[in-house]
Design a protein around this ligand. Structure first.
Ligand code: TYD
Ligand code: MG
Length: 467
């Protein structure tokens, strides 16, 4: 057998260089990145949204020489709030929700379900401002917008309309015009040419919002972005938009009366507890400056109805708690609550049973508190307990009595936050008596019934003084 001897010197040696171009798959909805393609995004669950992208690692790794960022001495900067006066929208309810008016240079997101009245509300703000406003709409034509303004009897000589969806073109127009207020109706219809995904996708919404934020801050122009809420109750681009903007306000409908409630979930320039209440009429929104008078039905007097007072932001208002207690016909007793936490209701029923000796074990309890307002004030506890006891014992609580207090697990009635403000609101609306926790508080105008625990409350309701 012949032996082959290889001369290694005659062979070239190939060294395989690593490929600097890397392929990744990015989701056009949520921006999540994956090394492999799949039909469904594992992050947001969107189908067919993964798109191939190539990343040049070599150029990304190159050292970039940059000049240092400008360092600002804060002691030389004058205060924004004292220097720049807020712009009043002319609608008191909106000004309060915004923390005292429109802040120059702020980016505001106005969210709400389709048809709730977002376009109507911004049209009314534009009218009241009476200075140059640019209304950008990708949803409606100039004719439709003009029709709405005419219906609302709004003069349009200072309102300019842009039927445009390209963010870059909108920005160029804003730079040129420098309006007092810009309205973008809606953020879901605009797109930036620099982002490859379609309008309405998360990437587009985020990129467009960042563009608007930049121009708002640089040119000190307030901008309102309108955002639709999707079927599952979230703003498309949910959290990613909320951290970009300065203020997030939602317009929602209140169930029982159909009022529109405006509330903030984020505000860099004010409190987030304030709410604004409006009524939708044939000529647009009407402000409800006195919600107490609206949320309590005048003159009604039946068992299970009790009036209490809650704080929403800085404003106290009276609300009605209604309870219906009936014998359970079949199976387990039912507990239903609207506008009140169901777990809290179960706790209060257990406290009433154990501490006040009120038998609710074989009773259905249905509770209704000013639908849609989502009251979280713990001082509503006592009114809820009294409403349940009133219905269970068939004793009417006179409707000129306001009931305030938090109830503990021992059945004790705890002190009320901002008691003075709540009592004076009741006095203003001609209430004659108030049931409050035992304590120092005194009033000349209203008769105070001080109680220590819910056992005393049940005693009161069965005695002649209350009925
Ligand atoms: P719109 O502002 O178009 O809602 P959105 O922009 O949130 O989709 O308003 C929708 C509803 O409001 C519409 O069904 C008609 C009603 N509406 C009134 O009741 N009164 C009015 O004055 C206006 C302008 C609208
Ligand atoms: Mg609209």
């Amino acid at each position: 057998m012949e032996l082959v001897i290889w001369d290694l010197k005659k062979f070239c040696i190939f060294i395989i260089m690593p490929n600097k171009l890397q392929t990744i798959y990015a989701c056009s909805n949520c921006g999540a990145q994956f090394p492999k393609w799949s039909g469904r995004c594992l992050e947001c669950g969107g189908w067919g949204s993964l798109e191939m992208q190539t990343v040049d690692q070599k150029s990304a790794a190159k050292a970039i020489t940059v000049s240092p960022a400008e360092i600002i001495d804060l002691s030389k900067i004058s205060r924004l709030t004292s220097q720049a006066a807020r712009l009043s929208t002319g609608l008191g309810e909106i000004d309060r929700v915004l923390g005292g008016g429109l802040m120059p240079g702020s980016l505001i997101l106005l969210g709400g379900e389709p048809g709730i009245g977002k376009s109507t509300l911004v049209a009314q703000i534009a009218a009241k401002l009476n200075t140059e406003v640019i209304y950008v709409s990708g949803e409606e034509s100039a004719g439709q917008i003009k029709d709405r303004f005419d219906r609302l009897k709004i003069k349009t000589d200072k309102i300019k309309f842009l039927s445009e969806t390209n963010v870059e073109k909108i920005l160029a127009a804003l730079k040129q015009e420098q309006p007092t207020l810009t309205i973008i109706d809606s953020i879901q219809t605009v797109y930036s040419a620099a982002v490859p995904s379609e309008a309405g996708s998360l990437n587009q919404i985020r990129a467009s919002a960042v563009n608007f934020l930049e121009i708002a801050k640089k040119n000190n122009l307030p901008i309102i972005l309108i955002g639709h809420i999707t079927k599952d109750g979230l703003l498309a681009g949910p959290k990613s938009l909320e951290h970009i903007v300065d203020t997030v306000i939602y317009l929602a409908s209140e169930k029982t009366h159909g009022y529109r409630i405006l509330r903030t979930t984020k505000n860099r320039f004010g409190s987030i507890n304030e709410i604004g209440i409006f009524e939708m009429t044939s000529s647009g929104f009407k402000e409800i400056a006195n919600p107490s008078a609206v949320f309590i039905e005048a003159g009604q007097n039946f068992t299970g109805s009790v009036i209490s007072c809650v704080m929403e932001g800085t404003r106290p208002f009276l609300i009605e708690v209604q309870a219906l207690v009936t014998k359970t016909v079949f199976g387990y007793p039912q507990r239903k609550a609207s506008g009140f936490d169901l777990n809290r209701l179960s706790v209060l029923i257990a406290v009433l049973t154990k501490r006040a000796g009120l038998n609710l074990n074989n009773q259905d309890v249905i509770l209704n508190v000013a639908g849609g307002l989502r009251i979280s004030d713990p001082n509503l506890d006592l009114a809820v307990c009294l409403a349940i006891a009133s219905s269970r014992l068939n004793q009417i609580v006179e409707n000129k009595i306001v009931v305030l207090g938090e109830v503990g697990l021992g059945g004790e009635v705890r002190p009320v936050a901002k008691l003075e403000q709540k009592i004076s609101e009741a006095e203003r609306l001609d209430f004659t008596q108030a049931i409050i926790p035992a304590g120092e508080y005194n009033s000349k105008k209203i008769k105070l019934i001080k109680i220590k625990n819910i056992k005393e409350m049940v005693k009161f309701i069965t005695s002649a003084t209350l009925t």
